[in-house]
Design a protein around this ligand. Structure first.
Ligand code: ADQ
Length: 519
């Protein structure tokens, strides 16, 4: 078939977590669809196309069983009627990379890659998290950097590199099954070596690798052993486009190619010359799906949470500060509470009037740095609550939960949303609040979160290490005139609604269309 558009090409997606994961209950195998804008946007694209396959890892034990049953082949999974509900799954008898979708409803074809558990542990819990995540979020300094012993070098070879090769082989296999030409969309920091492997095997692919986390400048990357950082960069340069959330990250990437690999670059055009190929660094700010958020906000579940939260936290001129995060050291939860402590010390009239609700989703608890961080959070909260509880009201309500309906309810009625990340690729929490808040909620937003590039002018800016500045910023947010609060919130909401996740995707496709010569 003659291709007249990039979307005529077959699509091969790759991410560590796939669009669905399998489980088991008394009735047998269950399928849970992943939440979030990224999964919805890419699932929407995959469902829309005739021939798409999503390569991903095994997130659950049942995923691994499914992967073994499929024996390296792809299978169809029905994805509707309602996201997050349990559907049925069945193997694709032909499993030939063709498009024989089941008749009864939309489906996604997935291919789960199962790797050796020891290799996966080195890939995920040694190299992806914490090493790459920590470097890219500026969590290592010169004095507190990882030691790269033989063990870390071996974990890179036998873990990160080996797992990347296995995923790349699966992607290349799917591309070859489609005639060797496909649109390939790779996601995130787990897979920096994949693009190069895929390009070697399938030189005709049109390939974007999207990096969801910050990309720091060359000096920060010098923490990594020279051979490893060169391999990671070279791996990514197998792409046609390397995508980031912000212009700053894209620029940093181009500078890395120049300073760490010595490649010719054009910083104005944001291009890198790799032999006879040109690699482009581009930025596409990820966003949320406003219609899905509006629908969740209108649900009975959320309404019940709103009544409960209002009863606990509001009324009598009381105000609610909120944070919603994974318990990740990059989110800077401890310093956020320390700044709140400074606020209460310096403005005692706020004690008993302002509550700080923190909905924290325990994250990566098998990584020691993350487990330690949860203990630190608990310690600072206990100290502040012991000191400032008044009339039976604790200033901080810390809930270790993952509950999206509760989060949406809290977003809708908070007075101040705190995002004080040390670094954050984008931060979708800020965008979710902008869409659903109905109370003139003020965004208190770290200058180092990607979202600050778009929303900073409507927010109160936080400096993630300056506790006094953060306390002052919290105070100015809490005392801001209501009219100004509503004006800023409306401007932030307008920005997010006109730059939603569908646009994140369509802007990438438009660039690929040009690059592949279809426009
Ligand atoms: P994350 O680091 O996970 O994502 P973020 O963008 O804020 O950060 O997304 C978190 C999502 O999880 C939001 O949808 C939020 O509502 C939800 N969530 C967090 N805590 C929750 C809780 N306790 N209960 C319920 N829901 C909770 C990475 C990058 C980001 C980038 C995204 C997308 O680190 O910078 O924005 O990918 O590219």
């Amino acid at each position: 078939m003659a291709h007249t558009d990039v979307l005529d090409l077959p699509l091969v997606l790759l991410s560590n977590r796939g669009p669905v994961s399998f489980g088991r209950d008394s009735a047998g195998r269950t399928v849970n669809r992943g939440a979030g804008g990224l999964v919805s946007a890419l699932s929407g694209l995959a469902e829309h196309l005739d021939d798409a396959v999503w390569v991903c890892g095994a997130a659950t034990e049942e995923d691994a069983v499914v992967a073994r049953e499929a024996a390296g082949k792809a299978l169809h999974v029905q994805t509707l009627p309602v996201p997050h509900l349990v559907d049925s799954a069945f193997g694709d008898a032909s499993a030939d990379g063709g498009s024989n979708k089941p008749a009864d409803g939309p489906s996604i074809k997935i291919r789960i890659v199962e790797t050796d558990p020891f290799a996966y542990a080195d890939f995920y819990s040694v190299w992806s998290n914490p090493i790459l995540w920590f470097i890219q979020h500026g969590l290592y300094g010169r004095a507190y950097s990882p030691d790269f012993t033989q063990a870390e070098h071996e974990a890179f070879e036998n873990g990160y590199a080996a797992v990347n090769r296995a995923y790349a082989d699966a992607v290349a296999d799917e591309v070859r099954a489609r005639g060797g030409k496909a649109l390939v969309l790779l996601q995130d920091y787990h897979f920096y070596l994949v693009a190069e492997h895929v390009r070697q095997q399938c030189p005709d692919v049109v390939l974007t690798h999207f990096v969801h986390i910050p990309w720091p400048g060359p000096d920060e990357w010098r923490v990594l052993p020279a051979d490893i950082r060169e391999r990671l960069l070279t791996g990514l340069l197998g792409s046609d486009v390397v995508g980031f959330h912000t212009r700053r990250y894209a620029r940093n990437f181009v500078l890395c190619a120049s300073e760490l690999l010595g490649l010719p670059i054009d910083l104005d055009a944001m291009t890198i010359n790799v032999g006879d190929r040109v690699v482009r660094a581009r930025y596409y700010p990820i966003s949320v799906d406003p219609a899905a958020l509006d629908a969740t906000l209108a649900s009975e579940d959320v309404a019940a949470h709103v009544s409960m939260l209002r009863y606990i936290f509001l009324g009598d001129d009381r105000q609610l500060m909120l944070r919603v995060d994974r318990t990740d050291p990059s989110k800077n939860v401890v310093r956020g509470f320390q700044a709140f402590r400074t606020l209460l010390e310096q403005h005692p009239e706020l004690v008993g009037k302002v509550s700080f609700l923190a909905l924290l989703q325990p994250s990566r608890t098998d990584v020691p740095e993350y487990a330690d961080y949860i203990a630190l959070i608990g310690g600072v909260v206990a100290e502040i609550n012991a000191r400032f509880t008044k009339d039976g009201r604790q200033p901080i309500d810390l809930r270790m939960v993952e509950d999206f309906a509760l989060a949406i309810a809290a977003y809708s009625i908070c007075d101040v949303l705190v995002v004080n990340a040390i670094a954050d690729g984008m931060n979708l929490v800020a965008k979710e609040v902008a869409v659903v808040n109905g109370r003139g909620g003020v965004l208190a937003l770290s200058e180092t979160a990607g979202a600050h590039e778009e929303l900073g002018e409507h927010a109160v800016t936080l400096h993630p290490f300056d506790l006094q500045q953060m306390a002052d910023a919290f105070y100015s947010a809490l005392t801001m005139p209501l009219e100004e609060r509503h004006r800023r919130l409306a401007a932030a909401a307008e920005q997010v609604r006109t730059h939603d996740v569908a646009r994140w995707l369509s802007d990438q496709l438009a660039d690929l269309r040009r690059i592949a010569g279809f426009a």
